[in-house]
Design a protein around this ligand. Structure first.
Ligand code: 5GP
Length: 183
């Protein structure tokens, strides 16, 4: 593979936290576990745009089952709080289906907790979470996480779907930012 010196030398980046190989191995491992657990079930992978898209794309190719995918987009209300506004809803009903939410990162857990409350009202057969990254030191809302890629320290990270002002989603690795960037 061509070297990624250009992006790694971006002055905002501190260091690579998870390499492309580590992420690929984890996607394979989680995909195998999901394949075992959901065998014979009507599975829908649900992803919140835009961050979770890259992980979904890699993970789904390691799930050897018949499944569908659906997408939501949300934005926070100005002024904070846990509630979020759904700016793009799912296209299909989830009633009686087994929903697996694919997330890039869970931080306080407030966003996902709110979202799961909304989705439960639609009566899925089950609803579980698969996250690549878990910043569990900052958790406020207790969430059951069925599939977890990596526990990471309380640092702001970018890459592999995660952004800073819309940038860095295309990095094939996860990197920390320099402390001075976050203030
Ligand atoms: P929550 O605190 O509700 O669990 O996380 C909400 C959202 O904040 C995540 O889905 C993600 O979009 C964003 N977020 C949390 N931590 C990070 C981080 O370290 N890097 C980036 N790029 N986004 C983050």
């Amino acid at each position: 593979m061509k070297s990624r010196t250009a992006v790694l030398s971006d002055p905002l980046l501190d260091r690579m936290l998870l390499s492309p190989d580590e992420i690929a191995d984890k996607a394979e491992e989680l995909g195998a576990a999901i394949t075992r657990d959901y065998d014979g079930r009507d599975l829908v992978l649900l992803t919140v745009l835009r961050g979770g898209l890259i992980f979904l794309a890699d993970l789904c190719r390691h799930i050897d089952l018949s499944l569908t995918m659906d997408f939501m987009a949300i934005s926070s209300y100005a002024g904070g709080g846990a509630a979020v506004r759904i700016t793009k809803d799912l296209d299909d009903a989830i009633e009686n289906r087994h929903v697996l939410i694919i997330e890039d990162i869970i931080d306080t857990g407030l966003t996902l907790n709110y979202l799961m409350g909304v989705l439960r009202q639609r009566r899925p057969a089950s609803i579980e979470v698969c996250t690549l990254l878990d910043k569990d030191a900052r958790r406020i809302a207790e969430l059951p996480i069925a599939y977890r890629g990596f526990r990471i320290p309380d640092r702001f990270v970018v890459g592999y779907g995660l952004d800073l002002g819309g940038r860095f989603r295309n990095l094939p690795f996860v990197a920390t930012l320099k402390d001075e960037v976050m203030g």
